[in-house]
Design a protein around this ligand. Structure first.
Ligand code: UVW
Length: 350
């Protein structure tokens, strides 16, 4: 392990270096054995809630044209699709019938984790006056996070057109496993289905009204109702409705960003598209800054993973009916080396 940082300057208000010069886990370091025990202490009924949408929702590619629904196919041996395949084809004595499939999946199409390799920034980490493309803790584009054409791609067995996060990839989250205490904020109970950008003041009012306490190392989940609207569209998302549906966090609100820093939350998760409003910018002639300020703050500066498009409805309904907000959250991503995001089938246990 190196003792010196890979940067000379760190972004103002960042945690770079605080968890060590080589850290790739950020605030997930706060998911200590103590934190897991605090989560386990919230298991009183033994009821488990699955927190994933069907991974073929939202449906189509309208929510984000780059992201396509999963394409599921049988594996195939010399042109024979392995679906309902009688193994007697290979040996007359075999009685087995076998199905075996594969998927081409956009990792951030549906319920997902964003890693710290998902969003970085132009920043002068070398202190030489020239900004470069850099990620959490000073990891570099083209050196640590590789894309098409990067020479190092060959070292990870990728073809020229491939991509591979040598550092900050989702496998680091998978090895950590991501388990601890979850705390749910029910924004939908206060805001309903109207689009509202929730800033610091409003969030504090809601936490206060619902007596929700957030402590260092908690994973914080926001139920907005957005995933319910998506589900109601039956894989035909209507962007006119979705662009104006349900609460989002206001990433432009500096006080909210400061609260994310001060609260010590280990992860931010929502049932909506990007946790924050996207695009955040809504005025012409705005100053130069991130299109996704909460992403920049969490993924680039603090090392706080973002969970998006989770299915929180059943959990939120149960918690509200039982006057509770805390639970055990278990949410490992796929252990897929080199990926910058991952589907997640999280479980909340109350
Ligand atoms: C975007 O590219 C908008 O990413 P995310 O899935 O994090 O919202």
């Amino acid at each position: 392990m190196s003792t010196s940082t890979r940067w000379k300057k760190r972004p103002e208000g960042s945690t770079w270096g605080d968890f060590g010069p080589d850290d790739q886990l950020g605030r997930l370091n706060l998911l200590t054995p103590e934190k897991v025990k605090q989560g386990v202490a919230e298991v009183k009924e033994g009821l488990a809630f699955g927190l994933s949408l069907p991974l073929d929702y939202p449906g189509g590619a309208k929510l984000n044209p780059r992201r396509k629904p999963p394409d599921l196919r049988p594996t195939d041996l010399s042109g024979d699709p392995f679906m309902n395949m009688p193994l007697r084809r290979f040996d007359k004595r075999n009685t087995d019938v076998v199905c075996d499939d594969q998927v081409n999946i956009t990792l951030q199409y549906s319920t997902q984790w964003d890693t710290f390799a998902h969003v970085g920034s132009w920043f002068d980490a070398d202190g030489d006056g020239e900004p470069e493309k850099v990620y959490y803790n000073g990891f570099r584009a083209h050196e640590d996070v590789l894309g098409p054409g990067d020479l190092k791609l060959a070292s990870c067995g990728c073809g020229e057109g491939g991509s591979y996060a040598l550092k900050l990839g989702v496998e680091t989250f998978a090895v950590k496993a991501i388990q601890g205490r979850g705390v749910l904020v029910n924004l939908h109970a206060h805001i309903g289905n109207t689009r509202e950008r929730v800033g610091y003041e409003q969030l504090m009012r809601i936490l206060d009204a619902d007596k929700v306490a957030v402590e260092k190392g908690d994973m914080l989940l926001f139920y907005t109702g957005f995933a319910d609207v998506i589900l109601s569209m039956n894989k035909g998302p209507d962007m006119k409705v979705l662009n104006n549906a349900c609460a989002t966090l206001d990433g432009r609100d500096e006080k909210l960003l400061q609260w994310v820093t001060d609260s010590g939350v280990a992860a931010l998760i929502a049932d909506n598209y990007a946790v924050e409003a996207y695009p955040a910018r809504d005025t012409e002639g705005d100053a130069e800054r991130a299109a996704l300020p909460l992403h920049e703050h969490c993924l680039f500066k603090l090392g706080v993973p973002l969970g998006e498009l989770w299915f929180l409805t059943d959990l939120a309904t149960w918690l509200r009916a039982h006057n509770r907000s805390r639970f055990l959250l278990t949410a490992p991503p796929l252990r897929l080396p080199g990926a910058v995001g991952s589907p997640v089938t999280a479980v909340a246990t109350v």
